[in-house]
Design a protein around this ligand. Sequence first.
Ligand code: FE2
Length: 390
Amino acid sequence: MTAPGVTGFQWRMPVDVRFGAGCASEIAGRLGERSAVVMAFEPATALGWRAQWTSDLGHRLRAWVEVPDGLSSMARCREFAKQVWPVLAAEPDTVLIALGGGTTLDIAKVLRCRPVEAEPRLDQLVDGRRRTHPAGFDRVADALRGTAPWPALDLAPLWMVPTTAGTGSEVTRWATVWDTDVEPAQKRSFDEAFGFADCAFVDPVLTQSCPAAVTRDTGLDALSHALEAIWNRHANPFSDVLAVSAARKVLTWLPVALCEPANADARSALSLASLEAGFAFSQTRTALAHALSYAVTLEQGVPHGLACALWLPTAWQLAQGRDERVDHLLNQVLAALDGTPGTSHGAQRLQTWLTSVGVSCDPASHGVHDAEQRVMAALSSPRGRNFIAA
Ligand SMILES: [Fe+2]
C-alpha cells in the first residue's frame, strides 16, 4: 500500500558510487590486478594528473587516450574506437576508465560497446541477395541511428570519474552522440540498460581544475537536471527529495564557487548537487528545457548547461500553478534562492539569479529568434512530453 497521493514507482541504479574528496586516489587500489585504458580529457596532462595516474597504475595502464574538448560526436567515437578497441580486445577484463566532463564520459559509454564480431562478414541470403555486415564501429553507428539492432557486444567494464559538477552521466544510462556525418547534423540518444557505468568516483577535488565558465555551465546543467526532475511526469518521492536538495545547493553554492574557485565546501556541495540531480533525472529523464537546448547547442555552439538554463524561467512559468506537488517543491527551491517563501514571481526570481551568474535568458541574445514556436514544438517532443505542463 502506498502513501496517500503517491503512485507506485520503480528505481533502478546499478552504479557502484563512491563520493568524497580524494576518492579518485582509490582507483589504483580498487583495480587490483586488472589492466586499464584511460580516456581522459586533454587538460589532465598539463594538470599533472596523467603523470600521477601513470605512476599509480604502473604496468596495468595499457593506454592513455586524450579526448580534446568538443562535441561527443559519432565521428570522434569512430576515431577513438581505432585506438581503444584493439587494447580492449587483447584483454577482455580491461577496465575502461573515463576521466573528464560530459563529452569524455559520453564517448566512453559508446566505446565500451565493442562488437563481438569486429570484422565484416558476408551474411546469409536476405531477400534473395547477399548482404555484408558492416565492420566494427559501423555496426555501433547503425544501432545509434536506430537503423539496425545492437550487434552482440563485448561490454568493457566502465568506471567513470567526472571532473565537472553537472553532467550526471556517471549515474545515467544514456549519452548524447551528435551525428555530424549526416546533413543536417542530428542528436542521437544512446539510451540502453548497458549505458550504466559499473563504478563512479565523484571526487570534488577534481572539479577545482574547472575554469570559471565550465564551473558555471556545468552547475547550470545540474540545476537544469534538478528542476526538470521536479516538473516531470515521472517524478517520484525519492527524485523529489534529491532534486530539491540539488537545486538548493546549486543556487547557494555556485556563486560562491565562481568567486572562490578553491573553496572546498562549495566544490563539494556542487559535486553532491550534481550527483543528487543525476540520481533524480536518471529515473525521471529530462523535460522541456533540455528538449529546447539541443538545437541551440548545435546551431549556435552554446555549451549544454547554458543552453538548458536559458529556458528554465520559461519552463518554470509554464510549470507553476498546475500541480500542488510541483508548486510545493518549487517553493522549497525558491527559499534557498532569496529566503522569501512562496512561489510568486518564481520565474522572475530565478531569472534574476541567472543574470547574477552572467546568464542572459533572452533567447535572441543566443541567436534564437523564434522562441515561441520552438517552445510549442518542444512541448510535443519526447522530452517535452515528460514536462508537467505539456
Ligand atoms: Fe543536461
